[in-house]
Design a protein around this ligand. Structure first.
Ligand code: PEP
Length: 247
């Protein structure tokens, strides 16, 4: 069975003290929630502090980075490699739409990053999603995912996490409908291993999360804004755990 997941992408938010307060509140709030894995992806500079905060007797709470370089080391000022992250985190987000848009990351770069993560024994959280709302055709997104994982072996597919994030639904007021998301996710499922979790991301909050996770096709959620509010995020985790226990 696939494990349910909730992932928080903190993006370029939080001061040092905000990060400590938020991760401590989340750790305490999710301590007694079972049946899912929760992954926090704070800014890389706070990872080494947060790793000490969250690893107090909780093994369903993990850390992820928001980006890596595809080279392991070298003259790449300002960059962080997969082996560096592996020492403190288990996961890394790759191919987020903001990196594509603001840092010109294209599919060949993303596939090299996915391969670098796998080589370093990190699990990549691969973001895929169409820029404009389609009529529900999955072909663009499926093609994108196939290219993103083209540099890794099939036997590594089970170590991937896929986040279906329609770009038009990220940071907006309107998420995709659960039916729309489930249709695309069903098509993505054909590409990966049956154990690969596939999540939905895009304007998820505590009020609408049940609509997504009540669908068997959707294994969890990736949140942006809702991951920066401890109470809201803990509520989301509780709802995901409840729904995934029933299904
Ligand atoms: C995201 O940035 O990946 C995201 C899902 O953001 P939000 O939840 O704020 O739409």
């Amino acid at each position: 069975m696939r494990r349910p997941l909730v992932i928080a992408n903190w993006k370029m938010y939080t001061s040092f003290s905000d990060a400590v307060v938020l991760s401590t509140a989340i750790r305490d709030g999710v301590e007694n929630i079972s049946g899912l894995e929760i992954i926090l992806c704070p800014p890389a500079v706070w990872l080494t502090e947060i790793v000490h905060i969250i690893h107090k007797n909780i093994n369903h709470l993990s850390l992820g980075a928001q980006n890596i370089h595809y080279m392991n080391e070298g003259e790449f000022t300002g960059e962080i490699s997969a082996p560096m992250i592996r020492d403190i985190a288990k996961y890394v987000i790759i191919g987020h739409s903001e990196r594509r848009k603001n840092f010109d990351e294209d599919l060949p770069i993303i596939s090299r990053k996915v391969a670098a993560a796998i080589d370093a024994s990190l699990s990549p959280i691969i973001c895929v999603g169409e820029k404009k709302q389609s009529q529900g055709s999955a072909s663009e997104v499926v093609k994108e995912l196939k290219e993103e994982i083209s540099d890794i072996k099939k036997e590594d597919y089970k170590n991937l996490i896929i986040a279906y994030e329609p770009v038009w639904a990220i940071g907006s007021e309107e998420p995709a409908t659960p039916e729309y998301a489930a249709r695309i996710i069903t098509a993505l499922r054909e590409v990966v291993h049956f154990e690969t979790p596939i999540l939905y991301g895009g304007s998820v909050d505590a009020a609408n999360v049940y609509k997504f996770v009540s669908r068997p096709e959707i294994d969890g959620v990736l949140v942006g804004r809702s991951g920066l509010k401890a109470k809201e995020f803990i509520k989301i985790c509780r709802i995901v755990a409840e729904y995934k226990k029933i299904v």
